[in-house]
Design a protein around this ligand. Structure first.
Ligand code: MN
Length: 213
């Protein structure tokens, strides 16, 4: 029998537990990895978090993760998010990750799933911007509908970003785009580039993380 755990938050709204971590765990079974296993239940936070992890695996990419219903809904963005609204960046949805993953930085050993170096490139909180007929649309609904609009408050990334599901990559392909706002444009990118190659968690470069093992 399949059992789903539920818990109440302060508003009395039922939120599903982290049942979606099954795939995450399966992919990591039987291989050595320093990555967190993840708790089974999580109370929703007032301010959900986001994280962007630079991941030097077989191909360099940026893992963009948004906390939705207690887990980190995840996309791999090969080119990383752009601060320029003219750029549409392919974002391939991957398996949900545990919330603890937002603080994971290190080296996944060769032969294990996702082998390579991981840097916490940026992290912070986000706000859901999506409304319909002047009413807020929950992140759960946004995810289901394939239309996400969030305001990021990170150390590198700021302002509005959209994610739209497309038919690319059998429906796992989304497009990530900066919303036109005061944080948009190439000027911001220059600001980002200055600190782009170090971790917001430890200040380390990819080389330093790799050397530290
Ligand atoms: Mn990755």
């Amino acid at each position: 029998m399949f059992m789903v755990l539920f818990f109440n938050n302060k508003d009395g709204v039922m939120a599903p537990a982290t049942k979606t971590l099954t795939v995450y765990r399966q992919k990591r079974t039987g291989h050595p990895t320093p990555e967190p296993a993840g708790a089974t239940t999580k109370r929703p936070r007032k301010k959900p978090i986001f994280v962007v992890q630079k991941h030097e695996a077989s191909h360099l990419h940026y893992d963009f993760r948004l906390e939705i219903d207690g887990v980190l809904t995840s996309w791999a963005i090969p080119k990383g998010p752009s601060p320029d609204p003219k750029d549409k960046r392919l974002a391939i949805q991957t398996e949900d990750h545990p919330r603890e993953y937002a603080r994971f930085e290190g080296v996944i050993p060769a032969g294990s799933y996702g082998a390579g170096t991981v840097m916490v490139w940026d992290t912070g909180t986000y706000r859901n911007l999506k409304t319909q007929n002047n009413r807020p649309v929950s992140m759960t609904e946004c995810l289901k509908n394939g239309r996400i609009e969030v305001w990021l408050e990170g150390k590198k990334l700021h302002g509005g970003y959209t994610l739209f599901r497309t038919k690319l990559q059998n429906g796992t392909g989304w497009l990530c785009r900066k919303i036109q706002d005061k944080h948009a444009g190439r000027q911001t990118q220059t600001g980002v580039k200055k600190q782009a190659d170090t971790s917001v968690l430890t200040g380390r470069t990819m080389n330093e993380i790799r050397q530290d093992g």
